[in-house]
Each structure stands twice: as structure tokens, then as C-alpha cells.
Design a protein around this ligand. Sequence first.
Ligand SMILES: NC(=O)c1ccc[n+]([C@@H]2O[C@H](COP(=O)([O-])OP(=O)(O)OC[C@H]3O[C@@H](n4cnc5c(N)ncnc54)[C@H](OP(=O)(O)O)[C@@H]3O)[C@@H](O)[C@H]2O)c1
Length: 257
Amino acid sequence: MTVRPAGGTAADAVPLAGHVAVVTGASSGIGRATALRLAAGGATVLALGRDQARLDGLGKEARGPGTLLPIRLDLTDDTAVADVVADVTARHGRVDHLLHSAGAYASARVDAASLADLDAQYLANVRAPYALTQRLLPALRVAGADGGADIVIVNSTQGVRAGAGTGQFAATQHAIRAFADSLRQEINADGIRVATIHLGRTATPRQETIYAREGRKYAPALLIQADDVADLVDYLIRLPPTAEITELHLRPAKKSY
Ligand SMILES: NC(=O)c1ccc[n+]([C@@H]2O[C@H](COP(=O)([O-])OP(=O)(O)OC[C@H]3O[C@@H](n4cnc5c(N)ncnc54)[C@H](OP(=O)(O)O)[C@@H]3O)[C@@H](O)[C@H]2O)c1
């Protein structure tokens, strides 16, 4: 077990060198900021996204001492996911940290909502993280038995209490929260922690689009920053294996809404 030096921080106790991290949604927003942070902290980061141009940009921006490897993958494509997981397992043999940040968002009151949007959000927000986690469990267990592993799921305040017009998205967030809570009880014994972060509005491309749709002026400085979430993930995964944070709620301190 890693022991924190007297007076040291969690980062002193658990350095990321030699760790393998899988980050979904790494082409944008929170996933992007966290992938860069973990690579800068020394991890080998497998950065998953769909947009090739943005993945290329991410690869150029990454700073060591770790390594950032962009991988193009649609997480709703079961065959492609199976291929990537097989490759990751063959090359790296272990996954120490899995961050789920990919997802889809649509809003509409029930009167006007489309069932196609409901299906798309279920696929991206529930089925995809479930399936990826399921396939990566053997590699997570390898790391779990060798110092500990983490699964961190970026959820929303809508995963705690649903507001009007967000019934579909909120249902997916409640579902993935339930998955996290159930999974934790199954795999803590294997040295794998499971954390859910319930986020308020965070300054990312998604939030900019939401503000535009709401006809409101976008003021990113008033929101949580993607780097704030990266700080939190970095802290969570560096906690010594004697402690687990199961759930965190992060709100914009400046309360712009
Ligand atoms: N921003 C907020 O205010 C906020 C608040 C609460 C919770 N959250 C949660 O935080 C997470 C990240 O949000 P964000 O604001 O950073 O979003 P974002 O900027 O819209 O980025 C979403 C990411 O998900 C990826 N993605 C979506 N569908 C995918 C699929 N089928 N396969 C692979 N990748 C897929 C996108 O990839 P491509 O762009 O490459 O297609 C992109 O990298 C989400 O789960 C969101 O619900 C965000």
C-alpha cells in the first residue's frame, strides 16, 4: 500500500507515473481538461473522442512527463469499443483510472420531446459507459490488485434533482448514478473505487450551446471551469487506497443562475 509521507499531500502519496488512464469525452470540455491534466501528472492517457481534428489538437497540446494517446472511437459502436479495449489491454495490461466524461444532451418539455433524443441520450449516457466499464473491468482489476484503481463518472446536478425540460437527460443521469452505486459495492473488494461527480454549469462548448439555445448571454467566468473539475479528478484518484470519495457535488460559486 502507498503511504502518504508525513506532512505530504495526496499527490505525494500517489504519483501518476506508470499509471494508465482512459478518459472518454477527451476531445472537448471536461474530458479534454482532465486528459491534459493527467498526462501532465505523469500518466499514460488514452484519450477517447470522435472528432479527429480536435483529437489531433489535443495530442499537440499535451505536455509531459506523461503521454497522451488520442484514440478515435464512437462509444455507441460495440464492435469498435471491443476492438479498442482489446488493443488497450494487449498494449498496457492494466487500467488504473477510467474517467467517463463523454455524453449527449438534449432538453425539451415532455409535450415537445423527441423519442429519438431519448434513445440517443440513453445510448451515449447510460449504455456506452456501462459497456465500456464492463469491458475494462479485467484491466481495472489488474491495477486494483496492484495499488488500486478508480472509476470516476461525471454526472450532473440533474442526476440528483430534475428540473423542468430536462426529463430525458435527468433520467439518464439518475440511471448512471444508480449504476455507479451498485458497481461500487461489487468491485470495492477488488481495490477499485467508484466516484460520481454531480456538476453544475461548467464552462465548456456544451454549456455555450445551451446558453445560446436559452437566449442568454454566455459568461464563462461565472461558471465552474473545466480545469476545476480536472483538479477534483486529480485529487480523487491520488487519494491513498485507504480512502474513497463516493460522491461529490460541485456548483458554480458565483451562482449565475
Ligand atoms: N458542461 C456542463 O455544464 C456540465 C454540467 C453537468 C454535467 N456535465 C457532464 O460532463 C460531461 C462532459 O461535458 P462537457 O460539457 O465537457 O461536454 P462537451 O464539451 O459537449 O463534450 C462532450 C464529449 O463527449 C463526447 N461524446 C459524445 N458522444 C459520444 C460518443 N457517442 N462516442 C464518443 N464520444 C462521445 C464528445 O466527443 P466528440 O466531440 O469528439 O464527438 C465530446 O468529447 C458530460 O457527461 C456532461 O453531462 C457537464
